[in-house]
Design a protein around this ligand. Structure first.
Ligand code: AMP
Ligand code: GLY
Length: 422
């Protein structure tokens, strides 16, 4: 098989690493990739939003299908672009077209979808400048803390959780005054869900689906889940409270209504669905949909899948997922993210990374790295994901941290308490 994988983060390195283990792989291209992906495939110097160039590359190199890692190209319509040209139409794209990508691209769309298809979620009101007053009245009906969400993509920063009513009203005003740009022209005001979070991943071809291993990620920069939100500082899979009974509820109350809802709404959907959910006293509620895999969750979820991933994705491309059964490694996988000092605020790139050659007993996935003149340099906020297996959480984390300690770059930072709450 010839596969073109789009993206450049730890998620894409983990996917590429797994795909490269398939005997069926003839060529694995990663566009643009990073300083680690070239170890398992061929980095192609095309950005993920350069649709024309990606299309031409896919044609010229006779790729069998395209896998899209991040949400941005999906929300911008990379799948629609491939469907729009006769020579590209033949190449399946794993990742939804623009309409389906609205599940992540518009919080309002996602909430309306959930209500329409009876997927359990928080009570909400969607507000614009025109019904601002109604919004402030709705806020008064809620208990603190108050949740405000910019409708559009805001690089993971568009959700505010506020303790005071006045503060919430002021932030609502600030959002309409452009705090998050156009993404905040519509705001979803939502009831606060008090529970434990879980990330669930589904791969669907629009009819059949498989549920991947679940994971928990650690989003805050500081230990004890404090400080600013990041893309993710670590992850663990499996998650102890997500037992068979709970996951059955997730499948019946969330996954099935979601897939049926897409069909009922005539939204063809081929790709991953990432369901961010809250476990409240054993009942699952959806916080959000994403139309891709999570990062860093992928760095623990993908290693636990025993199947040949290229075969599974080909089955999705060819609408045969109903015939696929996933086999899951029973062990625990953990990942710890090493980040640049200053992240998620300002940080510097170009720091020399040393010690990666000394790691062992772990899976080292690159996120923000690049190779220049043979040297491995930092090139992003999240730099490396150090994943490891163990017979339990403690052993997996122990191996991750043992290897984290062998790697160094100027101003490196990582959380030392991943998994602390499980
Ligand atoms: P999102 O960008 O939608 O993933 O939201 C970011 C984070 O905000 C989530 O991972 C949750 O931790 C939190 N969050 C979002 N919505 C709610 C809610 N209704 N209740 C409690 N926490 C929430
Ligand atoms: N780890 C959360 C995300 O990928 O959005």
């Amino acid at each position: 098989m010839r596969i073109l994988l789009i993206g450049s983060g730890g998620r894409e390195h983990a996917l590429a690493w797994k795909l490269a283990q398939s005997h069926t792989i003839e060529k694995l291209y990663i566009a643009p990739g990073n300083g680690g992906t070239h170890q398992v495939g061929i980095n192609v110097g095309i950005k993920s939003d350069a649709f024309e160039a990606l299309g031409k590359f896919a044609c010229d190199n006779k790729v069998d299908f395209v896998v899209v890692g991040p949400e941005d190209p999906l929300v911008k319509g990379i799948h629609d672009f491939f469907l729009s040209a006769p020579e590209l139409k033949k190449i399946p794209v794993i990742g939804p077209a623009r309409k389906g990508a609205q599940l992540e691209g518009s919080k309002k769309f996602a909430k309306e979808f959930m209500v329409r298809h009876k997927v359990p979620t928080a009570r909400y009101l969607s507000v614009t400048k025109d019904n601002f007053q109604e919004g402030t009245e709705f806020l008064k009906t809620l208990e603190p803390p108050y949740v405000l969400k910019a409708d559009g993509l805001a690089a993971g920063k568009g959700v505010l959780i506020l303790d005071g009513l006045l503060e919430a009203q002021n932030e609502l005003t600030a959002m309409f005054e452009g705090k998050f740009g156009a993404a905040g022209n519509t705001v979803v005001i939502e009831e606060y869900l008090n529970g434990i979070e879980l990330s669930v991943f589904v791969l669907t071809d629009g009819h059949g689906y498989v549920i991947l291993p679940e994971a928990k990620d650690y989003k805050r920069i500081g230990e004890g889940d404090t400080g600013l939100n990041t893309g993710g500082m670590g992850a663990i899979s499996p998650v102890p409270f997500a037992n068979a009974g709970f996951m059955k509820k997730v499948e019946e109350k969330i996954v099935k209504p979601t897939i049926h809802g897409l069909q009922a709404d005539e939204i063809p959907y081929k790709g991953f669905i990432f369901i961010g959910l809250m476990n409240i006293n054993g009942e699952p509620y959806v916080i959000e949909y994403n139309v891709r895999l999570g990062d860093p969750e992928t760095e623990v979820v993908i290693p636990r899948i025993k199947n040949d991933l290229a075969e599974v994705l080909l089955a999705a491309a060819e609408n045969r997922l109903d015939k696929v059964k996933l086999e899951i490694d029973e062990r625990t996988a953990a990942t710890v993210i090493m980040v640049s000092g200053g992240y998620p605020g300002h940080y510097e790139n170009g720091k020399t990374i040393s010690g990666t050659e000394n790691t062992n007993g772990c899976m080292l996935f690159h996120a923000g790295t690049e190779v220049q003149n043979g040297a491995l340099l930092t090139n992003g906020g999240r730099v490396l994901a150090v994943s490891a297996f163990g017979k339990n959480k403690a052993e997996a984390l122990g191996k991750s941290y043992e290897n984290v300690a062998k790697i160094n770059f100027e101003q490196v930072y990582y959380r030392k308490d991943i998994g602390f709450d499980l």
